[in-house]
Ligand binder design. Sequence first.
Ligand SMILES: *[C@@H]1O[C@H](CO)[C@@H](O)[C@H](O)[C@H]1NC(C)=O
Ligand SMILES: *[C@@H]1O[C@H](CO)[C@@H](O)[C@H](O)[C@H]1NC(C)=O
Ligand SMILES: *[C@@H]1O[C@H](CO)[C@@H](O)[C@H](O)[C@H]1NC(C)=O
Ligand SMILES: *[C@@H]1O[C@H](CO)[C@@H](O)[C@H](O)[C@H]1NC(C)=O
Ligand SMILES: *[C@@H]1O[C@H](CO)[C@@H](O)[C@H](O)[C@H]1NC(C)=O
Ligand SMILES: *[C@@H]1O[C@H](CO)[C@@H](O)[C@H](O)[C@H]1NC(C)=O
Ligand SMILES: *[C@@H]1O[C@H](CO)[C@@H](O)[C@H](O)[C@H]1NC(C)=O
Ligand SMILES: *[C@@H]1O[C@H](CO)[C@@H](O)[C@H](O)[C@H]1NC(C)=O
Length: 518
Amino acid sequence: MIRSTSEESDRDAATEMRSHIRYHPLKSRSKAFVLASAVFSNTFIRKYGIFSVILCLGLGYLFYTRVLYQQYIYQTLPLYQKSIRLRLGHSENFSNQIDRWKPIGNQSDRLQIFSAFFDPRLEIVHNFRVTDGTLPFGSVRIFSILPLRIRRQEVYCHFKYASNRTVWHRADQVESIHENFGMEFSASYVVCKLVGNKHQVDIEVPVEVGITYGPEETMVQPTSFVGIHYPSRHQGFLLRTPPSRKLAICVGPAHHNYSNAARIVEFVEYWKLLGAERFYFYNKSITAEVDRVMSYYRERNVAEVLQWNLEGYEFEQELRYEGIFAALNDCLYRATLVGDFHYTALVDFDEFLLPLFLPTNATTVEETLVQYLDRRGRFDVHSFNFETVFFYGFYEEDYSQLPEWGNNTYLYTQVRTLRTKKPLMHHNRSKYVAVGRNVIEAGNHFVWQAMKDTSELRVPEAEGLLFHYRELCIGYGCETFVEDARARRFSNEIYHSVNTVCKRLFPETAGICPLGSE
Ligand SMILES: *[C@@H]1O[C@H](CO)[C@@H](O)[C@H](O)[C@H]1NC(C)=O
Ligand SMILES: *[C@@H]1O[C@H](CO)[C@@H](O)[C@H](O)[C@H]1NC(C)=O
Ligand SMILES: *[C@@H]1O[C@H](CO)[C@@H](O)[C@H](O)[C@H]1NC(C)=O
Ligand SMILES: *[C@@H]1O[C@H](CO)[C@@H](O)[C@H](O)[C@H]1NC(C)=O
Ligand SMILES: *[C@@H]1O[C@H](CO)[C@@H](O)[C@H](O)[C@H]1NC(C)=O
Ligand SMILES: *[C@@H]1O[C@H](CO)[C@@H](O)[C@H](O)[C@H]1NC(C)=O
Ligand SMILES: *[C@@H]1O[C@H](CO)[C@@H](O)[C@H](O)[C@H]1NC(C)=O
Ligand SMILES: *[C@@H]1O[C@H](CO)[C@@H](O)[C@H](O)[C@H]1NC(C)=O
């Protein structure tokens, strides 16, 4: 009873209170007010609110500049480049300078310059500063040997025009090519933009370029100039149409009296069967026999032989391996911009990239390398990377397939049929075919720098391999080998073409190309 009485009295009190409280209808407050008061009554936001506002403004600014940047690189610059007409000046002739190593400044400083290429790709110049009223329409890339620890802001480009007028400005970019191993000197590139006035339609481009190094106050004239290579004049020096040719081959400097003439003939003839159209060789030091082979291909417009008179360094102590990275990059730009090649393979005389037919489809016709690349390629691929297997000189050789008329008996690709079983992984001594217009910096085993949003295509073992015909074991996997005679697919053609070339070049040895002493 007592309990029920107290419950009743509680209920009465509650009823009384309810009649005294006045409720405000929610509608009288705006939604915004409710939201704002909810937000600012939150202690967390009260504490960090200012910080958040700053963060938002920062993000907003970044977004805004990104939009501006997009507009600059994707609209303004291409539009400008399309609207101008480039010309070489009244002589209308390219430079008559021959590409070879020349000193930059005092010879005892051992800085040297080799070649220069006009590069119309706008991605290269988009973040270079320009003065008001001008816009960049391309850049000139200069290959050189510079100290690794160079003071970058003290490098200047001097552009020489057909009229002998010289214009100079500070270099926009000075980089040591990768793989320099921290040595005193490095193969390097210097990039200098070319700009035009916004109101100009007709722009004269320079014919030659030289480099100086030192503080601005002591500005001196360059000791040497190199000719600037331009893409074909039919395209207005710009890469306006797709590449007209397919595959070029680059081989690093031949040095120390390189003597294996037979190997070069086999190399060229085999690569031609794979689809190669043009070879770039670098001649540092070769024997008379090899000179004969290279001259032969040069006369037939199959090879271009560059003089590689790079002296004055202790190689592997002060500078990597005959300055090879300058040669590889020079070659890539030469093949892409001047040669107008779509693909460039960077290999050695003992290396072949073989497309291998898919084992699941035995009926697939045998493709050349070019056909394979065309089939697998996409617009956003910058290189095709091939894993390597080694056909060592100490494995047993097989002459059973040698045709009786094959006077040049030792063809690496035909006689060596045993190889290491397991390929090394991609980037470990691998080699590649670059899609030149997408590559910025080439390395020995893979591409170091490429255009934005492009990627490497790693060729699976079943689709293609780097066949490397090497003499000495590199230290692993040499004991386990398998038979692989797939390089014999061109057996008849390769024996035949080597015979033909050697017969013409070496009549005194009954048409046998000397193997030299390697
Ligand atoms: C330009 O090239 C043409 C043809 O090669 C040559 O005859 C002419 O002399 C050259 N002109 C100059 C100024 O070098
Ligand atoms: C080049 O440098 C060497 C050593 O620094 C100096 O003796 C020589 O006079 C310099 N030559 C010139 C032409 O400046
Ligand atoms: C340019 O300068 C070089 C050397 O100074 C000279 O030989 C040449 O005749 C000059 N050419 C012109 C067109 O002035
Ligand atoms: C090349 O051969 C010549 C003569 O046979 C020799 O004098 C020279 O030292 C050799 N050069 C190199 C780099 O081995
Ligand atoms: C290779 O270089 C040597 C020495 O500079 C030169 O004599 C020879 O003609 C060159 N050969 C070729 C094919 O360029
Ligand atoms: C196999 O080869 C045939 C004939 O060339 C072709 O029609 C077919 O598409 C190929 N199949 C595959 C999976 O590649
Ligand atoms: C091979 O060499 C012999 C001489 O040793 C020559 O008679 C023959 O024509 C050569 N064959 C070819 C295909 O060059
Ligand atoms: C290359 O592959 C071999 C064998 O798998 C391995 O021992 C070596 O460390 C690799 N080298 C690099 C640079 O990755």
